[in-house]
Design a protein around this ligand. Sequence first.
Ligand code: PIR
Ligand code: CA
Length: 311
Amino acid sequence: MPTQIILDCDPGHDDAVAMLLAHGNPLVELVAVTTVFGNQTVEKTTRNALAVAAVAGITGVPFARGAHRPLVRTIETAESIHGESGLDGPHLPEPAFALDPRHAVDLIIDTILAAPPRTITLVPTAALTNIALAVRKEPRIAGLVKEVVLMGGGYAGGNWSATSEFNIVIDPEAAHIVFNESWPLTMVGLDVTHHALATPEVVAGIAAIGTPVARFVGELMDFFARSYRDAQGFEHPPVHDPVAVAYVIDPSVLTVRTAPLDVELTGTITLGMTVADLRQPAPEGTTTRVATRIDAPKFWSLVTEAIRAIG
Ligand code: PIR
Ligand code: CA
């Protein structure tokens, strides 16, 4: 039985790759895709999610639009990295199906309540606004999900401020809610995703597949590499979000460690910092884990094979 996942995302170049990995790998099954503001407005990230679905031939999976702004703060987007559309680079086809009429929060809740207990894994790869709203609206989901595996945060520094990662700092109150819930939670942060680099060898391996999906990914990576070089000084771009999906597929992709985690809400220069208490041993009953190392070749082979499998 594949692991059933809900992908909550803001496509976004790396979110798009996360969706393709989830669709193309037989060990996970996408049961819902929900969208949130972040890399761009929620109108744009939702449109992009549907475009990726059209490119990849994803059908029969409900897609729903979610939160349009953070719980407390004003909206901030990552246009400098992802462009005006949020998914600049390739041509984006028109949606091939309609959105689910429900709000993302309701689709998340309904999907979890309808499934057998502890079978659904939540994979957020964006601001945690929808997830926080869902667990506040229906607290039973905290005990019903299998786990939360999220891309966000980092214990050794940020990318949107010195201390803080984008997905966390754009809605720190939502992240605080999600990190302090009782569900098992794994933080896949910059500590590992900054080693998931789309090197020329990786990109060439994907291009060699030669399908329209592989070409689409090539065009995404071209744009992403350029903006990561210009805006953040990276030689090769880190492809963050599929790392969380890869961990659900094959936990040996990451080394993880049980550690208390929390999100800074009152720091004057550390707002949105994810603080991991790495002292040993972790207190009895700690339900949070943090990724500390990545097997990058294994990660990229999962991504490449998924793109090949989509055909
Ligand atoms: C990536 C993102 C935002 C800002 C930058 N500079 C780079 C998006 C990605 O989609 C990923 O989910 C996360 N936020 C990485 O910080
Ligand atoms: Ca994202």
